[in-house]
Design a protein around this ligand. Sequence first.
Ligand code: BES
Ligand code: MN
Ligand code: ZN
Length: 483
Amino acid sequence: MTDLVSASGDIAAARSEVIVVGVLAGEESPVIPDSAAGVDDAFGGRLAQMLASLGNTGSASSLTRLPAPEGLEAELVFAVGLGEADELDDEVLRRAAGTAVRSAFGQESVAIAFEGDPAATAVGAILGAYKFEGYKTDGGDEPPAQVSVYGATEEAVVRASVLAEGVALTKTWVNTPANLLRPPTFAIEIEQAATEAGLEVEILDAEALSAGGYGGILAVGGGSAAEPRLLRLSYRPEGASKHVALVGKGITFDSGGISIKPVAGMWDMKTDMAGAAAVVGATVAAAKLGLNVNVTCLVGLAENMLSGSAYRPSDVITARNGKTIEILNTDAEGRLVLADGLSRAAEDEPDAIYDVATLTGGQLVALGRRTFGLMGTDSETERVARVAESVGESGWPMPFPEDIVALMDSPIADVSQCGTGNKRDGHMLQGGVFLSKFVPEEIPWAHLDIAGPADTSEAWGHTRKGATGVPVRTLVALLEEFV
Ligand code: BES
Ligand code: MN
Ligand code: ZN
């Protein structure tokens, strides 16, 4: 675990193995800002010239490693580009700080001084210190034990650390292979993290799910030897007046079921519980930050497998809210688990519901790997898009066109699970339309389809390869809007 600390004074006096300074973009050479002036002096005023000769003109997140000159206590100086001065915002700082810390693995201590708001630098720095330990006998370089951020307040450092803990909790669950995180095990791990954060935990096993009429979770989990679960976490701070419900898709492995997926890429379906991991990570962070808002977090955990007890296309099942669903494709399992979760969430009559799911490949086709799809009540999809941007995550509101709405009618049940005839038109939107049947119209609601943004095949900014922890920080910032 990396210790994030605040520091003040001139970074040139820092006793850290690595000193990180930010430089602004310039024409032929970077521009050295005030925050790096002392370090430039130690280089005899030649830092800009040296960087230019190494090809670094200060473009955002470009990084050059230099041996520290005499006079500094450090061994290395990292110069990180902060881009154009008039485009310097919090996200530029988060990415630059994250890039610097990711590049400092194997070093003991790092000190960072940038222009702009040190609170943003602190968040990026500590997010960049995340490492998934994995299962190699030689685990490789470790993150720095200490990162100090110049100019950051004690409060900013604590907040950044708590946020990053929530993000790390989420990432590690998403990165964990499917055999080590099946629903009963995942339930126990969530219970531990939640209890430690002071949350109340309720766990429904298969028997309780049956008694409660949770037909969606039971159908999806029925093919697996590992029983499904529904967890309900409650955070009830004294005096809070608003109540927000978070619902997450927790498919610990998605083989597709009887409608089995192709070989290519199936391994990646260990990440199909990223929605559940994110809502739990955000709820834990909210509790540790002491946010003055009631939060109920619901996660349906199931493994979508094939066996003699698996559900099948043509089945008709009944969700928690009593609606019947005609099954057309067992690979559209996430929406069934969410149908029960959303129905249960609505029973508490919260002021808003947000659900998070790696729901459709259609999300990737429509919006790519960094922008999640937003569907639901206009006020909420717009709110989530705005809040996401403010934390450096990205979401885009999508419509519910009438032809897609019509596609979800079933000839024999209340709703069809997939577009009639398994049509793929507006694939991501079909998921949203389906889910809307399980949220009462009077409750403001947004659905976040994170199929692409949940993980990344390449490192960038403060994110390493693998799970991204999106949208934990968006959710925490959303909860803050209800305080
Ligand atoms: N978990 C997948 C969606 C997914 C795809 C997530 C790629 C991450 C990356 C989901 O359960 C699924 O299989 N969706 C199907 C739905 C279809 C059968 C209606 C899809 O997107 O093809
Ligand atoms: Mn699926
Ligand atoms: Zn899935």
